[in-house]
Design a protein around this ligand. Structure first.
Ligand SMILES: Nc1ncnc2c1ncn2[C@@H]1O[C@H](COP(=O)(O)OP(=O)(O)O)[C@@H](O)[C@H]1O
Ligand SMILES: [Mg+2]
Length: 315
């Protein structure tokens, strides 16, 4: 796949050397950092070089959060989490070098293609779920699951058409821990995927990622997140108190079972949600398959055959 930079924005860092890396082009920008395609000069291979935005580099909270991100991502060795090669500081610039993932993030993919087939949505969600459950097993909560933090690369074969990575562990927090990395910049980005308990300031645990993943899946299936409101306050209110519209109301033809699976992911109370991300995405896959029965699967027996097949019932 061509390493075409997203947006192709010119950048003053292009051609500059940062530590052992030569910056080639900008590939993405988030709330906190700019990500460049760069060349690792020692190993002569492409890397994604993430740099803390210079305007944030003087702020200790952001510096700590950035350093924290590199440690968290490096601590989890998982096929759906981008491997970190190195992190450091040079000339006042904080950087993380990680595997360059050719492709696009799910935000760009959805903007380009619109809603995805149920099967594709379930496949992508399952890979993100696998990464999240692994983070949760380390007692880490991602807290910023959204399409811009999901990278979709070409898969290995026809059975695995895409390989998905979860990125951006900048807001990750130890489950239930109330220390450090609080409010500053917590809501710098979009509010479309934020869980009710994050809004009300209650302690968050893995189940807030289940909610956010639910919002992402909802958008992957319908083209927009569950709640659309004119302003942030109304959106925050909706996450906390409004029932999410059934997915099938925005995409007619989806099996009712998919509605139920999504409703459980988007429950207001964490206790009412799926207890893990993979439990959620497994149910999603099974529910989606109902709309499209496997060719060759035998149809259920007709009613008149039941006495024969299910034991004779003379009544
Ligand atoms: N390893 C990578 N390979 C390719 N592109 C990446 C990589 N990491 C991030 N990106 C791109 O850069 C964007 C911003 O990266 P992200 O880690 O989410 O930073 P931020 O904390 O600023 O949101 C992503 O949405 C994605 O498009
Ligand atoms: Mg991001």
């Amino acid at each position: 796949m061509a390493a075409e930079p997203l947006g192709g924005r010119p950048s003053d860092l292009r051609g500059k050397r940062i530590a052992g890396y030569l910056v080639e082009s900008e590939i993405g920008r988030g709330g906190m950092a700019v990500v460049y395609l760069a060349r690792d000069l020692r190993l002569d291979r492409p890397v994604a070089l993430k740099l803390l935005a210079p305007e944030l580099a003087r702020n200790d909270v952001f510096r700590q959060r950035f350093a924290h991100e590199s440690k968290v991502a490096a601590a989890i060795d998982h096929p759906h989490i981008v491997p970190v090669f190195e992190a450091g500081e040079t000339d006042g610039l904080l950087y993380i070098a990680m595997r360059y993932v050719p492709g696009q993030d799910l935000r760009a993919l959805l903007d380009r293609t619109g809603p995805l087939p149920v099967e594709t949505a379930a496949r992508i969600a399952a890979q993100v779920a696998s990464a999240l459950d692994a983070a949760h097993a380390h007692d880490l909560v991602h807290r910023d699951v959204k399409p811009g933090n999901i990278l979709v690369a070409e898969g290995t074969d026809s059975e695995h058409p895409e390989h998905v990575y979860l990125t951006d562990f900048g807001l990750t927090k130890k489950s239930l821990s109330l220390t450090g990395f609080t409010s500053v910049g917590q809501f710098v980005g979009t509010l479309d995927y934020v869980a009710p308990e994050q809004i009300s300031g209650k302690p968050v645990d893995a189940r807030c990622d289940v909610y956010s993943l639910g919002c992402v899946v909802y958008e992957t299936l319908t083209g927009s997140p569950p709640f659309r409101r004119d302003d942030d306050m109304a959106l925050l209110w909706a996450h906390q108190f409004d029932p999410p519209p059934a997915v099938s109301s925005r995409r007619p033809g989806l099996p009712a079972a998919v509605d139920e699976v999504l409703a459980k992911a988007l429950a207001k109370s964490p206790d009412d949600r799926w207890s893990s991300c993979l439990e959620f995405t497994g149910a999603l896959r099974r529910a989606g398959a109902e709309s499209d029965p496997q060719p060759g699967a035998p149809p259920p027996p007709p009613r008149w055959a039941l006495p024969v097949l299910g034991g004779y019932d003379a009544g």
